[in-house]
Design a protein around this ligand. Structure first.
Ligand code: CTP
Ligand code: MG
Length: 230
C-alpha cells in the first residue's frame, strides 16, 4: 500500500556537538540525511517525500538530493523552531487523505518490513507507531531516589516512523497548534484528540543519531555483512 513520508530535518543537532546540523555528518561516506532519504527512495511503496529543512541549509540539501539521485521529493518546506512545527509545515504541504508517515531524518536504520506493517496498521486503525519493548528494569525516581519499580510488562520505547491517516494527523496537529500544546511525538497529538494509537513492533537497531556514540553504532550497523537487509 502506498504512503507519503514527512521527514523533519530542520534541527541543529546540539547534543551531537558537531558544530553543525548532525544530519550532514557522514556514515560510510554518505551524509546521515542521505541514508534516510534513500530508504524511502528505494521503497516502491513510497509515493513521495516531503522534507522540512532550515532555510539557510536548503541549497546544501538540494545539492545532496541531486548528487545522490533522490527523485521522490515532492516539497522542501521551511522547518520551525520546534520539531512539531517542522512536521506541521510538512503537513501543510500535503492534502490527500491517505496514509502519511512521519520519520526523523536522524533514524537511517529503519527496516522496510516495519514501514510496511505501520502502513497496513494505520490504514486499518488510523494511527500506528513504531516501538520496541523495554529490556531493562524500569524505575520511577523523579528526584533521584527510587519511588517504585515500574512493571516492565506493557512498557514500550517509542521511535519513528509514526503512521496516520492524513486527516487524523492534520486535525491533531491543527488542534495542538491552536491550543499551544507541544508534544514530543506525533502520537501525543493524536492521543490528545482521543484517537487510539496502535504500536507496531520495530527493531532495536532503529536508533536515532543523537550523540557521538551513536555514530560508532551506526558505522558498525552499516558494516555488518554487506549492510542492512532492509
Ligand atoms: N527537527 C526539525 N525541526 C526542529 C528540531 C528537530 O525538523 N526544530 C528534526 C531533526 O532534524 C531530526 C528530528 O527532528 O531529524 C529529531 O530531532 P532530534 O534528534 O532532537 O534532532 P536535533 O533537534 O537536531 O538535535 P538536538 O535536539 O540534539 O539539538
Ligand atoms: Mg531536538
Amino acid at each position: 500500500m502506498e504512503y507519503t513520508v514527512m521527514i523533519p530535518a530542520a534541527g541543529s543537532g546540539k547534543r551531537m556537538g558537531a558544530g553543525m546540523n548532525k544530519l550532514f555528518l557522514e556514515l560510510s561516506n554518505k551524509p546521515i540525511l542521505v541514508h534516510t532519504l534513500l530508504v524511502f527512495e528505494q521503497d516502491p511503496a513510497c509515493a513521495g517525500i516531503i522534507i522540512a529543512v532550515k532555510r539557510e541549509e536548503k541549497p546544501q540539501i538540494q545539492a545532496m538530493i541531486e548528487q545522490f539521485g533522490v527523485t521522490k521529493i515532492k516539497a522542501l518546506v521551511d522547518g520551525g523552531e520546534e520539531r512539531q512545527q517542522s512536521v506541521a509545515a510538512c503537513l501543510q504541504a500535503y492534502d490527500k487523505d491517505d496514509i502519511v508517515l512521519v520519520h526523523d531524518a536522524a533514524r537511517p536504520f529503519i527496516r522496510r518490513h516495519v514501514i510496511g506493517a505501520l502502513v497496513e496498521t494505520a490504514a486499518r486503525a488510523g494511527a500506528a507507531i513504531a516501538g520496541v519493548r523495554t529490556k531493562d528494569t524500569m524505575k520511577l525516581a523523579p528526584e533521584g531516589t527510587v519511588e517504585k519499580t515500574v512493571d516492565r510488562e506493557g512498557l514500550w520505547i517509542i521511535q519513528t516512523p509514526q503512521a496516520f491517516r492524513y486527516g487524523i494527523l492534520k486535525a491533531a496537529s491543527d488542534q495542538a497548534a491552536a491550543a499551544g500544546f507541544l508534544g514530543t511525538d506525533e502520537s501525543m497529538l493524536v492521543e490528545r484528540i482521543g484517537h487510539p494509537v496502535k504500536i507496531v513492533e520495530s527493531t532495536y537497531d532503529n536508533i536515532k543519531m543523537t550523540t557521538k556514540e551513536d555514530l560508532l553504532f551506526g558505522e558498525v550497523l552499516l558494516k555488518q555483512s554487506g549492510g542492512l537487509e532492509r
